[in-house]
Design a protein around this ligand. Structure first.
Ligand SMILES: [Zn+2]
Length: 267
């Protein structure tokens, strides 16, 4: 029910946006390609969410869509794997391994989401939002957004949760508390320092589990958000265009990234 009302709310927002800002509200071309096998409700919900997220970024952060975006929603692992080959031009072996280890990905403005393999409505939207945040990180930083691994993934997680919580999606409430409870139950959690590089972050996913690793990164980002607010995250990504990662971090949050990484504890 709540999902349905989200669809209605997002559709209403989009309608208002079109009325107020028509003609074109977006500075980039939007292509959404959906496999035939994707459930119709899931497709409608995803399409409404995509438009709602454009609206959210424009209204909340003043960030418009400035580059083309291509979103491919797959119905199963086989088609998701094919999408890696067709959209990114990777080999079949590479596509198989990437598809096996993920549910969504964003590269250079092209998003792939394996919608058919995510059963839960909230999580379908969460993965889509997470990849959309990567799109905006890439747009704002001119694709230099991967400089600090935990900032890349942690802000995608934290912003996805924030967007879904703001629009009132069922199951979205209390993300931070739920996450902290989950981390407290984990056998061990990674230090932020080992999540600094992307290879370090990927290795930690193998050691600690992807969920624990990404959530640790998200809790670090939420600490920064408590200090400086959500817009500071985009100050950082924008600064990456022309600054070294350490300098971009200092500009956005007023502290050295190495000091923050040493001192951070999720609880
Ligand atoms: Zn990600």
């Amino acid at each position: 029910m709540k999902i349905k009302s989200l669809v209605m709310t997002l559709a209403a927002c989009l309608f208002l946006l079109n009325v107020c800002f028509s003609p074109p509200a977006y500075g980039g071309r939007v292509d959404v390609i959906v496999d035939h096998g994707v459930d119709k409700d899931a497709e409608a919900q995803a399409r409404a969410a995509v438009n709602g997220i454009f609206d959210f970024f424009q209204k909340t952060y003043g960030i418009g869509l400035q580059r083309d975006i291509r979103i491919k929603l797959s119905c199963d692992k086989l088609n998701y794997k094919k999408a890696f080959m067709n959209e990114y031009g990777v080999s079949e072996a590479r596509a198989a391994s990437e598809a096996k280890g993920s549910l969504g990905v964003q590269r250079g403005g092209t998003l792939l989401v394996d919608l058919g393999d995510i059963r839960d409505n909230y999580y379908q939207l969460f993965v889509l939002c997470h990849e959309m945040v990567h799109f905006y990180q890439g747009q704002e930083s001119q694709d230099k957004h991967g400089a600090i691994g935990w900032m890349l993934e942690g802000s995608a997680e934290a912003l996805a949760a924030h967007i879904l919580e703001t629009v009132g999606v069922k199951g979205a409430k209390g993300y931070k508390n739920r996450s902290l409870e989950m981390l407290k139950k984990a056998r061990s959690i990674p230090s932020l320092e080992i999540l600094h590089t992307q290879p370090g972050l990927m290795a930690a996913c193998g050691t600690y589990g992807g969920r624990v690793t990404y959530t640790t990164a998200a809790m670090a980002v939420l600490t920064l958000v408590e200090w400086r607010g959500y817009p500071a995250l985009f100050t950082y990504f924008r600064a990456l265009k022309s600054s070294r990662p350490d300098d971009a971090f200092y500009q956005a949050f007023g502290t050295k990234v190495s000091d923050f990484e040493k001192s951070f504890r999720p609880f």
